[in-house]
Design a protein around this ligand. Structure first.
Ligand code: IPM
Ligand code: MN
Length: 373
């Protein structure tokens, strides 16, 4: 297969981790005989610096014309420390979601056996957890009218949803539940919010078309608590934009580390793949960031292109790196030797390309003793 992948490295550790994801994709291209053409595009703080715009028109064009988009991260301490700045990196991502109508964000959360000890939650609570969060991504309070009064003493953000906007993401979630444990939990706040009441009414109606799927409904405050008390009760979770944003980060604790979680954001025509973690500006350029979330984003991208064997090859390589402990500092104990961002990327690419090699050889690479790379 020949395809074009728009790559948006972005800010902070974004460029470092996407470089590792590209290494994995290059290894896949070599083994499975594909051609991946990368088209780099700018978005975020780096684009503000260069073009005065967090999302230049050229980036939108590049993304629209690509078969898939691989995105790193955006954000910079300069903006984080000053929320009053009018032009902000996040606006780039939010506008891209809207321009491409990326209405469905999917976040798979799995407790990897090797990472369970990294989670602050108890082993028997999280082991075996396997959740897919379906978050509506292009509407709701994020994109409603917002304003601060002239005197600066009041402000509002409007949250609105249409039946159409709810239905399209709900159908995707119900379809996914069919491939899984056949359970959906709708997360809302229908005891208080009108939009949540519309979500509930719409989803209950759609559920009639999916009689084989078990629909559960949970208020968002309770869902946040249940995710830490008993995450295994969930299969597919469906939520509106802001609730989805919040419970996703809560659910990350279950996976052991935010450094390994990837997500996809899909629309009718385009799809973007990115790590859950942000720009982690303090680690920028230090070669210590965990590249696994970005590498797993590349796996989701391949799956989206229908290349499931190839996606599995990346997934297996990531699991191998966890098994062998070829991981960055965030997944290690205090005095344990950690691999650098680039070394983890090299290992993953090497494992994809030479799966028949012995573990010993990989361990040597990890220890910096390899002659292969
Ligand atoms: C996410 C992020 C974004 C969001 C920010 C960067 C605007 O937190 O992708 O979850 O809130 O959607
Ligand atoms: Mn978020």
């Amino acid at each position: 297969m020949k395809c074009t992948i728009a790559v948006i490295p972005g800010d902070g550790i974004g460029p470092e981790v996407t470089t590792q994801a590209k290494k994995a994709l290059d290894a896949v291209a070599e083994v499975y005989n594909h051609i991946f053409l990368y088209k780099e595009a700018q978005m975020g703080a780096c684009a503000i610096e260069k073009f005065g715009n967090p999302l230049p028109a050229e980036t939108i064009e590049t993304c629209k014309n690509a078969d898939a988009i691989l995105f790193g991260a955006i954000g910079d301490l300069k903006y984080d420390n000053d929320p009053s700045l009018k032009i902000r990196p996040e606006q780039g991502l939010l506008r891209l979601r809207q321009e491409l109508d990326l209405f469905c964000n999917v976040i798979p959360i799995k407790a990897y056996p090797k990472l369970i000890k990294n989670s602050p939650l108890k082993k028997d609570i999280i082991s075996g957890t396997d959740i897919a969060i379906y978050r509506e991504l292009s509407s709701g309070i994020y994109f409603g009218k917002k304003e601060t009064s002239k005197d600066g003493l009041s402000a509002f953000d409007i949250c609105s949803y249409s039946v159409e906007e709810i239905s399209r993401v709900a159908h995707l979630a119900f379809k996914e539940a069919r491939n899984r444990k056949k359970k959906i939990t709708l997360v809302d706040k229908a005891n208080v919010l009108e939009t949540s009441r519309l979500w509930r009414k719409t989803v209950l109606k759609i559920a009639e078309e999916y009689k084989d799927i078990d629909l559960d409904i949970m208020f968002v405050d309770n869902a946040a608590m249940q995710l830490v008390l008993n995450p295994k009760q969930f299969d597919v979770i469906l939520a509106e934009n802001l609730f989805g944003d919040i419970i996703t980060d809560v659910a990350c604790v279950v996976g052991g580390s935010i450094g390994i979680l990837a997500s996809s954001s899909v629309g009718e025509k385009n799809a973007l793949f990115e790590p859950i973690h942000g720009a982690f500006s303090k680690a920028k350029g230090k070669d210590i960031a965990n590249p696994l979330a970005s590498i797993l984003s590349a796996a989701l991208l391949l799956e989206h292109l229908g290349l499931t064997d190839e996606a599995d090859a990346i997934q297996r390589a990531v699991e191998k790196s966890l098994d062998l402990g070829i991981t960055t500092q965030d997944l290690k104990g205090k005095n344990q030797f950690a691999a650098s961002t680039a070394k983890v990327g090299d290992f993953i690419a090497d494992y994809i390309a030479n799966q028949e090699d012995s573990n010993l050889n990989f361990t040597n690479i990890y220890m910096g003793q390899s002659t292969i790379i």
